[in-house]
Design a protein. Structure first.
Length: 590
């Protein structure tokens, strides 16, 4: 019997228990190409044999940079880990300067890239990375070695005994991967995660996910270089779930309809966009259809789990599901029973409305440093509470410090930051990892996150402001795409707002308002400013007087990862956003 103690044990466990024909599925030239569990293992072993022949030793580092999730990523991941070497997954969207820093800091020996754009960035800094011997690509690219060369090299099975010996030497406490967190400030930090860290997190999270073993289908599109999606991919393998890799964020809608998944992971920003898209279609309806649509939405926004709203609500919801919400589910492939959300706070209205539509979103909480899951909701056994991140998973201990900070201890807590003992000592105290998040438990043991410790600030009047809470509320407005609350040491909170330009254009067209054609003209338009002020005033009512957004300025830029406003996991880079709009800051507070 296969016992799972290391990450490369997952495919073998799947082979023994499920042995499915579509373990990993990637779309190539318009067709979904299936890789069975057996082929997955065979190719991973070929990669291992090739790497051993190439002189890869235990604890060598090999980088993987891929724009999209794909079968090759997983094969190479397992192939590398079986040799006792470590994988260095890198976000494709970060700067060339960060590529250079990570490849040098990790002393990466080889690098796998997905496509020409990633290769261009690696080639631009390759001469400054002395440890880097060779780059291999997943896509065929002229002038670059193809990963299939390693599969061919590994066809010779004469050194499989050495691969087996290497596997046997890897223990659960050995380092498996270094994940460089993008961070909202400063240089990326290399989070060292052992096999035990991630394996324990998979095994302890598994009971919270209601899969039918060997019978479910997942769609994977969140970046696999992030520990959230990567851990979930191992979890899928553990449950015998067929993994279909989405082509790109742009094609997710098409892929969902083709794959018809039972489960997928998502981030709140994506769920907001899905909801906004559904809502926009509802506004285009007329007559009784429109009335029914918004009646169903209103019903959904009042949803409480486990029949807490009473019999009359339950009866209405049954009708709403049949007439309206069933079409939502159809639009998402028809089989989607569950979405798992992480990375940032989920708006409670989304948790309610999707659960009402029978597509429940199970919000969880964790960090790269905790492999990542600390807690997660579960629809079964009264384990789901809107507005919380669920109960702490088995094997993990959480306590709340005197200042409200969440402290975590368990087998999921990282080994430390690579080559940075000082920083490690600052966050790992008495075996507890200091998360930097502020939270609380309710009387039933559900964890609620209230803010980031480092992001909270005081106004000059001495009042504490929790910006994330305000930002998440303000983003409920369809007029507001992005927002950053400011005001540290100032007399009042204010905000920089990036309007939802596409929606505002539709709104202006509908109301026959001339707003100009460029973003610069739109943010300067008085009608637009007045309308956004109405939204801010309405949402301000949810906060105490000291927390209300008193002033705001609109920005013409679309906030993005590429432009530096956001991290690859779509969190605000507050310091950089502040630097970009320093003139607007002075305008607000002068």
């Amino acid at each position: 019997m296969v016992s799972i103690t290391r990450l490369f044990d997952f495919p073998y466990y799947q082979q023994e228990n499920f042995n499915i024909s579509d373990a990993l599925v990637t779309k190539q030239d318009g067709k979904w190409i299936k890789t069975s569990t057996e082929e997955y293992i065979a190719k991973a072993n070929a990669i291992s044999r090739a790497l051993v022949q190439m002189g890869v030793q235990k604890n060598d580092k090999i980088a993987i940079i891929s724009t999209n999730n794909r079968t090759e990523w997983n094969i190479v991941d397992i192939g590398i880990l079986q040799t006792g070497a470590q994988t260095i997954p890198i976000y494709p969207t970060i700067s060339e300067e960060d590529y250079e820093y990570i490849l040098n800091h990790s002393e990466s020996m080889y690098c796998f890239v997905s496509d020409e754009e990633v290769l261009r960035k690696v080639n631009a800094i390759k001469s400054k990375v002395p440890t880097l011997k060779q780059v291999y690509s997943f896509n065929p690219i002229e002038g670059c070695k193809h990963w299939s060369e390693l599969l061919e090299l590994g066809q010779d099975k004469n050194n499989q005994n050495e691969v087996e010996a290497r596997k046997n030497q890897v223990t659960s406490d050995d380092l498996a991967t270094i994940i460089y967190t993008s961070g909202t400030t400063g240089r990326p930090k290399g989070v060292m995660l052992s096999h035990r860290n991630i394996v324990s997190n998979v095994i302890n999270s598994a009971p919270r996910i209601p899969f039918e073993k060997g019978k479910s289908r997942a769609l994977s599109f969140l970046p696999v270089c992030h520990i959230f999606e990567r851990m979930i991919l191992y979890l899928y393998q553990y449950y015998g779930v067929s993994i279909y890799f989405g082509e790109s964020i742009d094609k997710i809608s098409d892929n969902i309809k083709e794959v018809k998944p039972n489960v997928m992971s998502a981030v709140p920003r994506l769920l907001e966009k899905v909801y906004d898209s559904i809502y926009a279609k509802g506004t285009q309806l007329t007559g009784i259809k429109k009335k029914l649509f918004f009646w169903a939405i209103d019903l959904g926004l009042r949803y409480e789990p486990y029949g807490a709203n009473g019999a009359w609500y339950k009866f209405q919801l049954k009708i709403a599901r049949k007439l309206i919400f069933s079409k939502w589910k159809e639009g998402l492939g028809g089989n989607l029973d569950l979405m798992v959300s992480g990375s940032a706070a989920l708006q409670t209205r989304l948790a309610r409305v999707f659960a009402a539509a029978e597509i429940p979103v199970m919000e969880g909480y964790g960090l790269t440093e905790t492999s990542p899951v600390i807690s997660v909701n579960d629809m079964r056994n009264y384990g789901f509470r809107v507005g919380t991140v669920g109960k702490v998973i088995d094997g993990v201990t959480v306590k709340i410090a005197e200042d409200g900070e969440i402290l975590c201890k368990g087998p999921n807590v990282m080994m430390g930051y690579y080559k940075d003992e000082k920083l490690t000592e600052e966050v790992l105290i008495d075996n507890y990892f200091h998360t930097g998040d502020i939270g609380e438990f309710d009387s039933d043991g559900f964890l609620r996150i209230t803010d980031r410790k480092k992001e909270m600030f005081k106004t000059s009047g001495g009042k504490y402001i929790a910006p994330q809470l305000i930002e998440n509320t303000m983003k409920q407005s369809r007029f507001i795409e992005q927002i950053m609350v400011i005001g540290d040491g100032q007399k009042m909170p204010a905000a920089f707002i990036q309007p939802n330009f596409d929606f505002i254009k539709e709104w202006a067209k509908l109301h026959k308002i001339a707003i100009g054609t460029t973003n610069e003209e739109i943010v300067a338009n008085l009608k637009v400013i007045e309308r956004i002020q109405e939204e801010v005033d309405k949402l301000n009512e949810k906060f105490g007087n000291w927390e209300k957004i008193k002033r705001f300025e609109l920005t013409p830029d679309v906030w993005s990862i590429e432009a530096g406003h956001l991290t690859p996991t779509l969190k605000l880079k507050r310091k950089i956003v502040m630097e970009k709009y320093l003139d607007l800051f002075h305008k607000i507070y002068s």
